[in-house]
Design a protein around this ligand. Structure first.
Ligand code: SF4
Length: 205
């Protein structure tokens, strides 16, 4: 059974109207598996704490707080002390501002830039364009060595963020993702898929 929640117009799961769910609805068809998954929240202290803290952050001041403040509030609710900030050189100013905010809220902050190690791209057989390669594995490993409680990504590229997630020992959230064309607001392309962004997304149409 293919999962097609992205095309579902009913959202019966969200409205508590399961009698109205589509025929291939995973909520309707996979009850046993979903019950087992629920136990992963209930039987794991960290999962339960994260789930409760994130729900509290959403409820408290719903829609009013910027994500920066939500991250602060989540980290306070989780009782994290030492935070890791893995940022892109292109967002250095933003990283400094964010690190200062975290300090203002009395977190210890370890920050590591994407160009950590200043390694030439040719080491990986990538064309040398005059700037060192991004090094997300080093970012994750350096924060692992510092034993950060929680890591925050700011502006890492597609794929570099993947490697960071893969190697980070601490749980991770994202303050912002990299989108060079849209001022780091990738969802704008979805709003404009039939307009300005159509040719960029479907160059051959
Ligand atoms: S879980 Fe079921 S009701 Fe909810 S969006 Fe998916 S298909 Fe629709």
């Amino acid at each position: 059974m293919e999962y097609t929640c992205a095309y579902c117009q009913k959202h019966a799961c969200h409205k508590n109207e399961m009698d109205n769910a589509p025929i291939n609805c995973p909520t309707k068809n996979e009850k046993e598996e979903l019950d087992e998954i629920l136990e992963k929240y209930k039987n794991d202290d960290e999962n339960l704490k994260i789930a409760r803290a994130s729900a509290e952050v959403v409820i408290d001041g719903y829609g009013a707080k910027p994500r920066v403040k939500e991250i602060v509030d989540f980290c306070k609710a989780m009782e994290y002390k030492k935070l890791g900030l893995a940022f892109c050189v292109g967002l250095s100013k933003e990283a400094m501002t964010f690190a200062k905010i975290l300090k203002d809220y009395e977190f210890d902050v370890e920050s590591v830039i994407c160009k950590l190690g200043s390694v030439n791209r040719s080491e990986l057989g990538i064309e040398d364009v005059g700037v060192p390669m991004c090094n997300p594995i080093a970012q994750a490993e350096f924060l692992n060595e510092k034993k950060t409680d929680f890591n925050i990504i700011l502006g890492l590229c597609v794929g570099h963020d993947t490697l960071f997630f893969k190697y980070s020992e601490a749980p991770v959230t994202v303050l912002a993702v990299k989108d060079r064309a849209l001022a780091h607001n990738p969802v704008a392309a979805l709003y404009q898929v039939d307009g300005y962004c159509k040719r960029k997304i479907y160059p051959k149409k």
